[in-house]
Write a protein that binds this ligand. Structure first.
Ligand code: NAD
Length: 468
C-alpha cells in the first residue's frame, strides 16, 4: 500500500505547499538498489574514546570502501587506524564544520567509568549537525554484563540512552545504533557494520545489538553472501514474506517458499520469478513439522536458513475475544514455530552454521489494544528466541528475531484509517516501513558471517515511539 501523504509532500508542488503551511515532510528514505554501493555513499567520520579497542578492526573493514574517511585532529582513532589499510584524513574543528558526513563510527569501548562519558560530547557535539540525510551513526561498546567493574558496566550501559536519543535527534532519515561487542568477537563485526552503514538498514534506528564470540568464521562473497544456501520462508506468498524470499534469493539462496494451499497461485508466481521451490502447507498442520523436515532433507539435504514469517491477526479486546480467535493466533504465530524448530533439530535437518530468524512485532514489546492474542504470541516468539539462543549457539545455530513496526502491507491496509495514520507517523521517520526493510534485516541475520549474532531482537520500526 502506498503512503500518499509521503509521496505528495515530496513532489515539487507538495514540497512548496508543505513549506508554506509548515506541515511536516517525512523524508524519502534511501534504500539499497541492485548494483548499488555496499556502504552509504559520502564522507565517513571515525572517532574513539581513550583506551578503545575496536577501531583497528573497524578501520580494516572500512578500508574495503572508497569513501573518504575523516577523524578529528588528535583523536585516538587516527593512531588506531594508522597500521591498517584505511587512509584517514585528520580534520580541524573548522574543517569538520564545513564537511558533511554520511557515516559516523565512534568506538566507545574504552569508556571505563562515568566521568569518561564526557568524551561522547567531545566527539559528537561539533559534528552532529553535519550528518547528512539518511546518514548512519554507529556507536560501539562492550557488553555491560561482561564488564570487569561496576563503574565500567555503568558507563557502557549509559551508551544505550545516548544512542537511542541520537536516533531521535538526527533528522531526515538518518539512523543511530549501538553495537555491544564481546571481547574476542571483534573479527565478527563486518556483516553488522556493513548492514548498519548502508541503505539496507533504512528503517532501523535506535537499536542495541549484541555481538558475541563464535567458533564459526566464514569467508563471505559480499555480493552473493547466501550462495549455496537453502532458505525456508513461511508465509511467502505475499507481503513481508514475499519480500524476504526475493532478498534472500537476490543474495544467492535457493528459497523454499511455503504458504497455505489457498495462496498457491501467488506462491508459484513468486517462485517462478525468483527461481525457488514452492510448498503448499499449513504450518499448524499436525504432521507439518515432520513432513517439512522430510521434504527439506530429501530435496535439499537439509536447510541453512529458516525464516518464521507466517503470521495472522484476529483482533478483539480481551472481553470480546472468542476462544477460537485466541487459539488460532497462538497456533499460527508461536506454537507452530516451536514445533517446526523441534522437528528440524530432532531430524538433524538444520545444517551447521544454520540460522533461524523469527518475525515478531512491536506489539509483542509494547502491547496493543485489541491484540492480547497477537501480542502474547509475538512476545512468546521473543521469549523463544531468548531462551533457546545459548543452547542453539552451542549447536552452531543462531536464532534471532526482528520486530517490525508499521509496515505497508495488506495486513496494515486492513487497519481503520485513523489508527493506520497514527501507526504510520508515530516514529522517528514519520512514515511506515516497506516489506523490503524487514527483508534486508533478515538477510543480515542470515549472512554466514553473522555467526556472532544470537538472541537479538531488532526492531524494524523507524524507531517507533510505541514501547520505546
Ligand atoms: N505488516 C506489518 O506492519 C507487521 C508488523 C509487525 C509484524 N508483522 C508480522 O510480519 C509477518 C508478515 O506479515 P504481513 O504483513 O506480510 O502479513 P500478510 O497477511 O500480508 O502475509 C502473511 C502470510 O502468511 C501466510 N499464512 C498465514 N497463516 C498461515 C499458515 N497457517 N500456514 C502457512 N502460511 C500462513 C498467509 O497466507 C500470508 O501469505 C507476520 O508474522 C506479521 O505478524 C507485520
Amino acid at each position: 500500500m502506498t503512503d500518499r501523504y509521503l509521496s505528495f509532500v515530496n513532489s515539487p508542488l507538495g514540497r512548496a505547499l508543505a513549506e508554506c503551511l509548515g506541515i511536516p515532510r517525512p523524508p524519502v528514505l534511501e534504500r539499497h538498489k541492485d548494483g548499488g554501493p555496499a556502504f552509504s555513499h559520502g564522507n565517513g567520520l571515525i572517532g574513539m574514546s581513550p583506551n578503545g579497542e575496536l577501531m583497528p578492526h573497524v578501520a580494516n573493514i572500512l578500508a574495503a570502501q572508497d569513501n573518504p574517511v575523516f577523524s578529528p585532529d588528535n583523536d585516538e582513532a587516527l593512531k588506531a587506524a594508522y597500521d591498517t589499510e584505511l587512509r584517514v584524513q585528520s580534520a580541524s574543528l573548522d574543517m569538520l564544520g564545513r564537511e558533511r558526513f554520511k557515516t559516523v563510527v565512534y568506538d566507545a569501548s574504552g569508556l571505563k567509568d562515568t566521568t569518561a562519558l564526557i568524551d561522547l560530547h567531545r566527539f559528537f557535539h561539533p559534528v552532529l549537525r553535519q550528518v547528512e540525510s539518511c546518514g548512519r551513526i554507529v556507536v560501539l561498546g562492550r557488553i555491560p554484563e561482561l564488564c570487569a567493574s561496576a563503574a565500567e558496566r555503568t558507563a557502557q550501559r549509559a551508551l544505550e540512552g545516548f544512542t537511542r536519543s541520537l536516533g531521535k535527534e538526527v533528522a531526515k532519515g538518518a539512523t543511530a545504533q549501538l553495537i555491544y561487542v564481546e571481547s574476542g568477537a571483534e573479527h565478527l563485526m563486518e556483516s553488522t557494520l556493513r548492514f548498519f552503514l548502508s541503505p539496507k538498514s533504512a528503517y532501523v534506528s535506535g537499536q542495541v545489538i549484541t555481538l558475541r564470540r563464535s567458533e564459526h568464521l566464514t569467508a563471505v562473497n559480499w555480493q552473493k553472501p547466501l550462495s549455496g544456501k537453502v532458505a525456508l520462508v513461511t508465509g511467502a506468498a505475499r507481503g513481508i514474506g514475499a519480500a524476504i524470499a526475493e532478498v534472500l534469493s537476490r543474495d544467492g539462496a535457493h528459497v523454499v517458499a511455503l504458504d497455505v494451499p489457498q495462496a498457491e497461485a501467488d506462491l508459484k508466481a513468486l517462485t517462478q520469478r525468483i527461481g525457488g521451490s514452492s510448498l503448499s502447507m499449513d504450518i499448524t498442520g499436525h504432521h507439518t513439522p515432520t513432513e517439512l523436515s522430510h521434504y527439506l532433507l530429501e530435496k535439499h539435504q537439509g536447510v541453512d536458513i529458516v525464516v518464521h514469517n507466517a503470521g495472522i491477526t484476529r483482533d478483539k479486546t480481551m472481553a470480546r475475544m472468542k476462544r477460537d480467535f485466541w487459539n488460532l493466533v497462538l497456533n499460527v504465530n508461536l506454537i507452530s514455530e516451536e514445533r517446526i524448530n523441534d522437528a528440524l533439530f530432532a531430524k538433524n535437518a538444520l545444517r551447521p552454521n544454520g540460522r533461524i530468524i523469527c518475525v515478531s512485532s512491536i506489539s509483542g514489546i509494547a502491547g496493543n489494544l485489541g491484540q492480547t492474542n497477537y501480542a502474547t504470541s509475538k512476545a512468546g516468539v521473543i521469549g523463544m528466541v531468548q531462551s533457546q539462543a545459548q543452547a542453539y549457539a552451542k549447536a552452531g545455530i543462531t536464532i534471532n528475531a526482528v520486530a517490525p513496526g508499521f509496515i505497508e502491507t495488506q495486513m496494515t491496509a486492513a487497519v481503520p484509517f485513523a489508527i493506520r495514520e497514527v501507526g504510520r507517523r508515530l516514529n522517528s521517520m514519520s512514515q511506515g516501513g516497506l516489506p523490503v526493510d524487514v527483508a534486508e534485516t533478515i538477510a543480515w541475520f542470515a549472512n554466514p558471517a553473522s555467526s556472532g549474532l544470537y538472541g537479538n531482537v531488532v526492531r524494524v520500526c523507524g524507531q517507533s515511539f510505541l514501547g520505546a
